[in-house]
Ligand binder design. Sequence first.
Ligand code: GDP
Ligand code: MG
Length: 163
Amino acid sequence: PQPTVAIVGRPNVGKSTLFNRLVGKRVALVDDRPGVTRDRREGEGKLLGLEFKVIDTAGFEDEDPDSLPGRMRAQTEAAVRDADVALFLIDGREGLTPLDEEIGRWLRGEDTPVVVAANKAEGQAGETGRLEAFALGLGEPFALSAEHGEGLVDLFEALRPFV
Ligand code: GDP
Ligand code: MG
């Protein structure tokens, strides 16, 4: 079976932008039943010769961001458990937030390997946030700009051991 990458993170960090960059037009909406797979999109990701299934999770959207309850979160948890690697995005410009820290704590308790990217880091914009993200305890974060296509070689190097 194809290796799977699950993109996770709090709302607005750029998960869907990255998903779209990796998948391009090869998107498949797997199910549109409300509340079942509503915002869980998966597609065939390609990156510098790597090919993998990529899942754009939405488990931290549409819910009280401080409590993280509900079916969407359960679905995100299932996606991460089934994935070969979780790609955890933070917003490098905003730096770490309490919700990032909560997601990080949860990921540290999971068996799925995690790589951390500080997104929105075009130019040097995300460097402070990238350094803050070391505190997640999930390894060395790398800078990424999903929107501008920067940091893709670092993304490749981070994912390659797992896909
Ligand atoms: P999601 O909620 O995590 O899926 O985030 P989205 O992909 O919807 O992006 C949220 C916002 O961040 C949008 O306005 C994007 O255009 C913007 N965004 C995403 N990636 C980048 C990036 O690399 N740099 C900048 N400056 N903005 C970005
Ligand atoms: Mg999204």
